[in-house]
Each structure stands twice: as structure tokens, then as C-alpha cells.
Design a protein around this ligand. Structure first.
Ligand code: GLN
Length: 292
């Protein structure tokens, strides 16, 4: 009879020889899900002999992974910025690249008291929830056009015990915002930004499994940025900040868009691979300026 550990070692080996980069992490995630345990509990119990249909489920999950389905969708969860979030095929799997805009947003908020934050195109809720977890007294609105994503974002707010300070609301980033949303210290977004033509050329694990509505940024990939710059800054407080993730090669264009609508302080943040991945946009405070 095999222990959890025996099955784990076999799964690691299979994933590794199939060229899965994070084979150890993914093996743990898949087998913990097959065992109906958290990863932590799975690792604690790794010397035990599994009961029930664990081996059959583990094999099924492994086969699905080897056929190309992302581990996050099979396991139904993924970690982002230290939060264990539920994910499903209605939302993008939170990427480590997205920690860049998240960190920039958290740094902007600093020790602002009771800041109001809007996460547009929130998907799983990953950015807004990570901000809510890091900035103890801020209030966060998670907004998405997709109701299935919103339901998931809401469940993630409960799961991370942040629901007292987090609301999930339906909103279309391409349309004028409702003024009833109120004013915000920070608007953050990782909108769809892949040019439509390039969707077909994305990695198969993305192209065949992740929702195209969360990726498709229109003909040149910039539709959402145009709409966000044109329509959403009216909801920013005078000393507020707009923080955006972008794709490779888009940062210069975003900088221009920002300048055109009157943002004067623009900062760019690279990801771990050196790609300019996030920007923050603010308006210089005229009073501060005249004191210099
Ligand atoms: N970074 C994602 C990808 O390349 C795209 C995310 C987005 O469009 N917001 O798959």
C-alpha cells in the first residue's frame, strides 16, 4: 500500500518529466485537493496511508494536468500575495506579475486612514483582497461585469475573512461609472489587455482554459485603458491614485494616455523579468508645489 508521500513523489516525477516548471508546488496542490485537505494538512499527513478514493482522484487530477489544464482550475484554489483564493474557469488565475501593481497600490496607500479602494475588472478579487489584507482599515469595492466572477470574488472575501470591509459590485469598465459608487483614494485595475489577434497565439494552458473575456483588450489591446482614462478618474479624490497593470510594450502608451488626461506624477514598476508591468498615476498637488 502506498502512503500519501509515495503518491506525491510519483506525481512530482510525472509532472517534472512532462516539463511542468513548478512540479513540486503543483503536485502538492493537486494531491491536497484530491485528499480534500489544505496543502498544510496534506504535508502534515504525508506519512499516512490514504483512504477512500484518493488514489483514483489523484490520478484523475494528474491526467487532467498532463493534458494541459492549469493546476489552479483542477484544485479550485491558488495562492496570491499570501492569500489562498478560490478560482474557477470564470476568472483568470492570479499571476505573480499582478503582485507588482498590488504592491504599488499598497505602497501608495501607506498609512492613509480609512482609504476607499476600487478594484475594477476584479475577477477572483485577488488585487482588492490583497490590498484589504495589507491595509487594515481601508474599504474595498471589487467590481466586475461578470456576475459569476463577482460571486466568486464575494466567496473569496468571506474565505479570507475580509468581507466586513469588502463589497463586490457589478460594473462595466467600458461604460461611464455610476456616481453612486462614491469617491476613491485609489482605483486599481488589471483589465483585459491582450490584442484580440494574439489570443490564438497564447500559451495553450491560457488559450484553451482561461476566460477570453478577461484577456481580450480589443484590436490593439488598449480598449479598457482608453475607457478607464476617459471615464473613471472622475471618481478619484484630488490626491488619489490610479494604478494599472499592463502588458509588455504597453507602458509608454499608458504614460501618454495618463498625461493626456492631466496626470502629472507617473511611476512605472517592473516585474521580476524586467518588463514594465504596472504604472501609477497621480496629480501633483498644486499647494505642495507652490511651497517649494
Ligand atoms: N498577463 C496575462 C497573460 O499574459 C494577461 C492579463 C490581462 O489581460 N489582464 O496571460
Amino acid at each position: 500500500m502506498k502512503t500519501y508521500n509515495d503518491v506525491y513523489m510519483e506525481a512530482r516525477r510525472a509532472l517534472r518529466s512532462a516539463g511542468v516548471e513548478a512540479y513540486g508546488l503543483e503536485a502538492r496542490l493537486l494531491l491536497a485537493a484530491a485528499a480534500d485537505k489544505s496543502v498544510e494538512d496534506f504535508l502534515r499527513d504525508v506519512r499516512l496511508y490514504p483512504g477512500g478514493d484518493f488514489e483514483a482522484r489523484a490520478q484523475e487530477y494528474l491526467d487532467r494536468r498532463l493534458a494541459g489544464e492549469p493546476a489552479a482550475y483542477i484544485a479550485g484554489s491558488w495562492e496570491f500575495h499570501g492569500l489562498e483564493l478560490e478560482v474557477n474557469a470564470n476568472v483568470l488565475i492570479p499571476r505573480s506579475d499582478t503582485e507588482v501593481v498590488t504592491e504599488a497600490a499598497i505602497a501608495f496607500l501607506g498609512d492613509r486612514r480609512e482609504a476607499r479602494v476600487l478594484d475594477l475588472c476584479t475577477g477572483s478579487g485577488c488585487i482588492g483582497l490583497a490590498i484589504a489584507a495589507a491595509v487594515p482599515d481601508c474599504r474595498v469595492v471589487l467590481a466586475d461585469i461578470d456576475r459569476r466572477a463577482l460571486m466568486l470574488a464575494r466567496r473569496n472575501a468571506l474565505r479570507t475573512k475580509l468581507s466586513q470591509r469588502v463589497l463586490a459590485l457589478e460594473a462595466d469598465a467600458l461604460a461611464p461609472p455610476s456616481r453612486q459608487l462614491g469617491m476613491f483614494d485609489l482605483i486599481v485595475s488589471n483589465p483585459p489587455y491582450v490584442p484580440t489577434e494574439e489570443l490564438e497565439r497564447l500559451d495553450a494552458s491560457v488559450r484553451d482554459y482561461e476566460p477570453w473575456t478577461a484577456l481580450d483588450g480589443g484590436a490593439d489591446g488598449l480598449d479598457f485603458y482608453r475607457a478607464i482614462f476617459a471615464r473613471w478618474p472622475v471618481l478619484l479624490k484630488a490626491d488619489g491614485c490610479l494604478a494599472l497593470e499592463c502588458g509588455e510594450g504597453q507602458s509608454e502608451t499608458l504614460r501618454r494616455f495618463g498625461t493626456q488626461v492631466g496626470f502629472t506624477e507617473i511611476a512605472v514598476f517592473p516585474d521580476a523579468g524586467g518588463t514594465e508591468r504596472a504604472l501609477t498615476f497621480r496629480r501633483t498637488n498644486e499647494n505642495e508645489k507652490s511651497e517649494i
